[in-house]
Structure formats: structure tokens, C-alpha cells
Design a protein. Sequence first.
Length: 145
Amino acid sequence: MLTEFGRVFLFILIGIVFVAIGLVVAWLLRPHRPYPSKRTTYECGETPVGDTRMRFNVRFYVIALIFIVFDVEVVFLFPWALVYLSLGWFAFFEMIAFLTILFAGYAYVWRKGDLEWDRPAPRIPRYERGVGVREARLTEDEIAV
């Protein structure tokens, strides 16, 4: 007779065995035809150009995070709308408070300028390799930005 911990251990063990069997079967059945272009950095048919460590503007990530935050919060409106009539006035005022906080965040992001694509990106000071610390001073233009 198994205890509760024994059952949990058994389920974990069965899960590990299923994953291992799936990986081994996939490894045995897959075709193995390596060629040089398959081992390059990009496998989408394009020739790799430039260094793989290129800098992206942080604005892309900020826009994506803002979209995800507001998208997830708007998803809460659908279940509320389905049961709105049965919940009454309390749920109405709760949703008004929720939407007020949501729009306050949206106004903050808009006022801060994080939703604008056309403003110039901030200049990132770059130091050349081989330049000593004393020669690598920031200019007044780089400090102002």
C-alpha cells in the first residue's frame, strides 16, 4: 500500500520515464543528415550577416511588456461581462476601480512617451577597444543625453 508521498513519487517517476522514452524514440526515428549550412547560426535560409551580438533598442521590449500587461488586464473584463447582471452594483464599482487603475497606468505610460516610435533613441556612449581609461572620456553631447 502506497502512502501519499509514494504516489507522488510514482507519478513523477512515470512522467520522467514517458519523457525519456519519447526522446529516445524520436532520436532513433529522426533522419540524421548533417551538412555545413545546417550548422550555421541561422537555419532559416538567410545568410548570416554581421555579428550575432547586436544591440536592440529597449523600446521594443518596453512596448511588448506594456502590451502584455494591458492585454492580460483586459482579459479580466470578459468573465466579468458574462456574470455582470448576477453580481450587482458591488461588481460594477469594483470594475470601475479596476478600469481607473488600468487607465491611470495607460496615461502614465503615454505621458512618459514609451508608446512613441518616432522619438530618437538615446545615444549610448561607446568606448573603443585599446583606448585607455583616461582617453575614454564622455563628451558634453554624450553627457547631455
